[in-house]
Design a protein around this ligand. Structure first.
Ligand code: HAM
Length: 416
């Protein structure tokens, strides 16, 4: 039986050819993401993978609402797998914000589900690192988030030649629409046209814009002039002071598809424009108020970076390290009468934190040795007739005969 389209299976290294994804590569991404987020003072949170359907139908906008994996549960509740993390974290903050000192800097790495049309870089399940700051309206929070996003990408060896953050603001487009549009209540329809400008048929975009009293030409001219507003200049200056100016540029084609954004927005793209967006986010000062029915008012800003496009990009740029099985030692049992003593040594080394494997059942010594090599073991160990340990360093072929107690120190000195 096949897995569902748009879902992935993550295999151990070395991964089988074809469509297989690497569990070790995924772990590599997560480890770096955790480390960088913590360096910025962000704290880990998590939420439920299944949520009430209405959390999304009201808050995320039409695009995500059309992609929900939703169903009626056995208690008759309308529920959905989470397509994004932002409504969940907004609700968590609304309920518990008084417990914490502001601003809150929170991050999470959820798996998300969207019933999308499958294409390169877009699947029906993916992981995201979400980072959000709550309780701070100053653009310093937006700049801090963008700096974090830049470092989440630099952590993999990507440079300003590989990616760029395209910075924009809903305020800019809100103003533009207020000045030129003819139906004040259709601002979100207008945002959707701008969001899809690069993907949709120009004639179709122009037709919708004309209904709104605008034209494709006017919108394109506005994008082309592209001067930063005071708000965006403050973010650019903040990033320049950190030495990160080369990673950002103002680009008003970015407006973001989700309904809840209220101010600064941005997306990360590869410089060659070959991939879908790597990351996206912005300010959403009204979402906490909305999900709490007005009981809590906390301004917010944040972004999410996905694992699918990033993995594709790192693969293409040769930035993934050779990830394989790595054992400190492989314990060979050359004589089955020594299995008991061997298990005792095995346990001692594992207790000491060493990565050690062995053959679960009797096997010829040359087979065990081959397995040690395949597993990338640094050493083989074997008990001799006097139950001393024969340690062999596979790279140098150096051998030593040691008592059990001396093995750990010997391995550590060589591994260092
Ligand atoms: P988003 O732009 O929908 O934003 O998703 C962020 C990133 O997740 C995208 O740039 C992309 O890399 C990845 N992504 C999204 N959908 C898929 C998919 N179907 N397959 C693979 N990767 C995907 C949000 O989700 C906002 N909630 C981000 C945010 C956090 N805003 C404020 N805080």
């Amino acid at each position: 039986m096949e897995h569902l389209p748009g879902f992935r299976e993550f295999f151990p290294e070395p991964i089988p050819s074809g469509e297989a994804w690497s569990a070790a590569v995924r772990e590599h991404l997560f480890e770096r993401w955790h480390a960088v987020a913590r360096r910025y003072g962000f704290q880990l949170y998590d939420g439920p993978p299944v949520e009430p359907l209405e959390l999304y139908t009201a808050k995320s906008g039409a695009e995500i609402a059309g992609q929900l994996y939703h169903f009626t549960d056995k208690g008759g509740r309308e529920v959905s797998l989470r397509p994004e993390m932002t409504p969940t974290v907004a609700r968590m903050v609304a309920a518990r914000e008084r417990h914490y000192k502001k601003p809150l800097k929170w991050y999470s790495i959820p798996q998300l589900f969207r019933y999308e049309r499958q294409q390169k870089g877009r699947l029906r399940e993916h992981f995201q690192l979400n980072a959000d700051i709550f309780g701070e309206t100053n653009t310093a929070a937006d700049a801090e988030l963008i700096a974090l996003l830049i470092d989440l990408l630099r952590a993999f060896g990507l440079s300003s030649e590989d990616f760029v953050i395209r910075l924009s603001s809903r305020n800019v487009w809100q103003d533009f629409y207020r000045r030129h549009g003819n139906s004040p209540d259709r601002a979100y329809d207008f945002f959707q046209v701008v969001d899809k400008l690069e993907r949709n048929d120009p004639a179709q975009s122009d037709a919708t814009l004309r209904e709104l009293g605008l034209s494709l030409e006017a919108v394109r001219a506005f994008i082309a002039q592209g001067a930063p507003t005071v708000e965006l200049q403050a973010v650019l200056d903040n990033l320049a002071a950190r030495g990160l100016a080369e990673f950002v540029r103002v680009d008003y084609t970015v407006i973001r598809g989700l309904a809840y954004y209220t101010g600064i927005v941005y997306e990360a793209f590869d410089r060659h424009g070959k991939f879908r967006a790597i990351a996206g986010g912005g300010r959403y000062d009204e979402l906490v108020t909305l999900v709490s029915g007005g009981r809590s008012n906390v301004p917010a800003a944040g972004f999410a970076i996905g694992d699918v496009v990033l993995t594709e990009l790192l693969k293409e740029r040769g930035k993934l390290p050779a990830i394989g099985e790595r054992l400190d030692a492989y314990l060979m049992i050359e004589d089955e009468s020594r299995r008991g003593e061997s298990l005792s040594l095995l346990q001692r080394l594992r207790d000491a934190g060493m990565v050690v494997d062995f053959s679960l059942t009797p096997a010829k010594p040359d087979k065990q040795f081959k397995r040690a090599q395949e597993a990338g073991a640094a050493f083989t160990l074997a008990l001799d007739a006097q139950l001393r340990v024969r340690v062999r360093h596979l790279a140098t072929r150096e051998e030593a005969i040691l008592p059990h107690e001396g093995v750990e120190t010997h391995l550590r000195s060589k591994l260092a």
